[in-house]
Write a protein that binds this ligand. Structure first.
Ligand code: ADP
Ligand code: MG
Ligand code: ZN
Length: 704
């Protein structure tokens, strides 16, 4: 059974191996057991129900919460050659019936439907005509009121299942699994003695980072400058912040779009499409954005503000790197963010108990921003993942090798200034006094007479403000709530002010420049974009970034090696294989690249020894004669000649005229016509003696 699943994985998806857990889950489903699967975003849940769906007799119904996501998934399935369709409110009634009939007649194997559809009796009636083997419930946490995306219509799934004549296998999938949510899923979806698979929450390819006390706008600007061709999402807490940041970045000339609930449907849709199709690189959005986004090549997610809890953070950050390639999740912390979130909690209509619960979760989020321990460990232990190491070496805490700088003196200046101003003013005015600004408000209060006035005049206002923010984040200062927050000293600051304690601070790093290779990857990306425009499919549905990267590593130049690239299945090869092979070939030729062409070397990439005939080709490219190549390589002329012929057969360009002496070509051609091209010796025999084997080989390659 699992062998067949493996074959499907290779044939349709182009992957050679199941990821951790996938095979067990598929096997369990095929045995007819209800199955509950908790796997992180990007872990590969879809395959867990799609492959059994292909192997089972009847139809599989997939319940999926978002319309846009559904279309995306069905598009992706089509590009793999898997017969599927979807039904939701965007489909007119006559189409609905046509699609159901299509499934009835075996045209579709998988039917995606929106949960709301099940609330309609007439629709349930239609659906009941189908031989349903499995109901797969994606984003199953939507059934729980404790989850972050509760959908009342998910509750009608059980009603639907219960009225069915024959109960199908029921499977549920989610990336969220706090204890409450887990219980709700099993109970509310009436999973029968379901086998539960919890596959850990770790996303190894994601690098987590928290940046405290940085100038956020400058940071983002630097980051975008050093990641120019990457797709990314920047989340901000409010619509206003999104608008502001968008305007800034647009003005600076970055390729950005914005998305929040305050924009019209059409605008949101077109922004989303621009992002999916790589027309804009970066989306600046509130948390309204993302549920419907399955884009796999999101290379970074930056949180411009701290989100409301760890669940939201991990889900939003988790939209990076679904393709398994390295991606970055960066959270820019400022104390003010927590006030925004508190404000938002206050605005909700939750009862007091729920509100208290939200505050508790926000505090944990704040702890994440302040922790000095491994960020991954923090996240994983929050989600109750047990087998965790103490250091991941792939987060900003683990990799923090910045120098500790003693900033006690600067901190003392700030503290004493705040005290002298009576702890009654906000960050901005404090910074201006320290800077020694000549503004009305300072004169009005007579602050220019303070001994701290102009004490930090060598720093910019922004630098001073950042420092104050950092001192808030590190708990030396507190900021009051309300419309006009004021800064006050906390207990910890007093010891510093009195010189009893020091404050060490790690200096904020600049984002590291990523070398973008302008070579093959960009060419393949452009080709993908081109195909995308002609086919109307988003680029990542054609091939994932990771697949392109692999092509750049192994330079596949024939069908066999192209099919050995992860993510190239048979259907995709039929559609796009040749185009990509051509692009790779051209690039290899033009750039004189030595490629590990033999299959063994593609299978075993560590061994990247250049094949011997390609070494000869290198010399050929340097315009050496056969004799010179023989000397250089210490090989016989015949071997060198055979190398060149082999290169030629493999598609490398060779200018054969270089080896055909003047005025001999016609003579040789005539001889070949007499004897045939199969053997060389008879040709050589009837030609003048001074004509060498190499010339004959050259004429054959050139003409036959
Ligand atoms: P999830 O729904 O769990 O967030 P998806 O099902 O969308 O994740 O899968 C995420 C990505 O991982 C997809 O691009 C998918 O093609 C890829 N993937 C899934 N299984 C494998 C596998 N066995 N080998 C390689 N890639 C895989
Ligand atoms: Mg999914
Ligand atoms: Zn770590």
């Amino acid at each position: 059974m699992i062998e067949q699943a493996q074959r499907i994985l290779k044939k349709y998806y182009g992957y050679s191996e199941f990821r951790k857990g996938q095979d067990e889950i598929i096997e369990n489903i095929l045995k007819g057991n209800d199955t509950f699967c908790i796997m992180p975003t990007g872990g590969g849940k879809s395959i867990c129900y799609q492959i059994p769906a292909l192997m089972m007799d009847g139809i599989t119904i997939v319940i999926s919460p978002l319309i846009s996501l559904m279309k995306d998934q069905v598009d992706a399935l089509h590009s793999l050659g898997i017969p599927s369709t979807f039904i939701n409110s965007s489909i007119p009634a006559n189409q609905v019936e046509a699609r159901i009939n299509g499934a009835f007649n075996g045209i579709y194997k998988i039917v995606y439907i929106a949960p709301e559809r099940l609330e309609s009796l007439s629709f349930s009636y239609l659906l009941n005509r189908l031989p349903i083997s499995m109901i797969a419930i994606d984003e199953a946490h939507c059934v729980s009121q404790w989850g972050h995306d509760f959908r009342p219509s998910y509750l009608s799934i059980t009603t639907f299942i219960n009225q069915m004549e024959r109960r199908p296998v029921v499977t549920a999938f989610t990336a969220t699994a706090t204890e409450e949510v887990k219980k709700d899923v099993v109970k509310n979806l009436s999973l029968k003695a379901a086998n539960t698979y919890v596959l850990g929450f770790d996303r190894e390819n994601l690098h987590f980072a928290v940046e405290r006390g940085v100038n956020k706008l400058a940071y983002v600007k630097d980051y975008l400058n050093t990641h120019k061709s990457d797709s990314g999402i920047i989340y901000a807490a409010t619509r206003k912040e999104v608008d502001r940041l968008f305007a800034h970045l647009l003005k600076m000339g970055f390729s950005v779009g914005k998305y929040h609930a305050g924009l019209g449907d059409t605008e949101r849709k077109s922004t989303q499409d621009d992002f999916l199709f790589d027309n804009v690189n970066v989306i600046i959005a509130t948390n309204a954005f993302g549920m419907g986004i399955d884009k796999s090549n999101v290379r970074f997610v930056i949180h411009y503000n701290t989100p409301k809890n760890m669940e939201s953070y991990y889900q939003e950050a988790g939209r990076a790197g679904r393709d398994g390639a390295r991606a970055e999740c960066i959270l820019l912390f400022a104390a003010g963010d927590l006030h925004i979130q508190k404000f938002l909690i206050e605005q909700t209509l939750l009862d007091e108990a729920r509100k208290a619960n939200e505050y508790k979760k926000l505090q944990i989020m704040a702890d994440y921003c302040h922790t000095n321990q491994c960020l991954r460990k923090f996240i994983l232990s929050y989600f109750g993942d047990r087998d965790i190491v103490s250091q991941c070496n792939n987060c900003s805490a683990c990799n923090d090798d910045r120098e500790l700088v003693d900033i006690s003196i600067d901190a003392q200046k700030i503290f004493s200034c705040i005290v002298r101003m009576g702890e009654r003013f906000g960050i901005n005015l404090v910074a201006n006094v320290l800077k020694g600004s000549n503004i009305k408000k300072i004169r009005q209060f007579g602050f220019e007479a303070l001994s701290t006035y102009g004490l930090m005049k060598d720093m910019t206002i922004v630098e001073i403000t950042d420092l104050i923010n950092m001192l808030i984040a590190e708990d030396y200062l507190k900021i009051t709530e309300g419309k006009f927050p004021t800064v006050k000293l906390k207990q910890k600051a007093i010891a510093v002010l009195k010189g009893r304690e020091k404050i060490m601070h790690k200096v904020a790093r600049k984002p590291v420049e990523v070398k973008t290779d302008p070579g093959l990857f960009d060419i393949l990306k452009a080709l993908r974009k081109n195909i995308s425009e002609n086919s109307g499919l988003p680029p990542y549905v054609i091939f994932h970034d990771k697949t392109l990267h692999e092509m750049c590593k192994f330079f596949p130049q024939d069908k066999k090696s192209m099919l050995s690239i992860s993510g190239v299945g048979e259907n995709k090869f039929e559609k796009y294989g040749e185009a990509f092979i051509d692009a790779v070939k051209k690039y290899v030729l033009e750039n004189n690249i030595k490629t590990p062409r033999q299959e063994t070397e593609i299978i075993n990439p560590k061994k990247d020894k250049t094949p011997t005939h390609l070494i000869t080709y290198e010399l050929y490219k340097q315009s050496m004669s056969i004799d010179e190549m023989c000397n250089e390589r210490n090989l016989k002329p015949k071997t060198i000649q055979d190398h060149l012929v082999k290169c030629f057969q493999e598609g490398f360009e060779i200018d054969w005229d270089r080896f055909i002496p003047e005025n001999t070509e016609d003579l040789i051609l005539k001889a070949i016509n007499e004897t045939g091209a199969a053997r060389l010796k008879p040709i050589k025999d009837i030609l003048p003696e001074e004509i060498e084997y190499m010339a004959i080989k050259a004429v054959i390659c050139k003409h036959f």
